[in-house]
Write a new protein. Sequence first.
Length: 85
Amino acid sequence: MIIDAFNIPDGTVIDSEICIVGGGAAGITLAKEFMGTSHHVCLLESGGLEEPEELTKVLSDGENLGLSYSKHVRSCRSLGGNTNF
């Protein structure tokens, strides 16, 4: 089941035994390992289901303190993570 947190009322408690942060390849693989078990799992992803959203892109912003890099090379904040690149 996929629930968009924008549709969850403030103050709602999500109760699970296991919380996996990040809906990329590793997070989804780990969550699938628990399918069919008695464990209640919550998989959190900051992005949406498809294209990265402007609202969450800013979560990847930061200050460069080391070697220079392209600002376009960073995490893909959507379900599937960097596998979407």
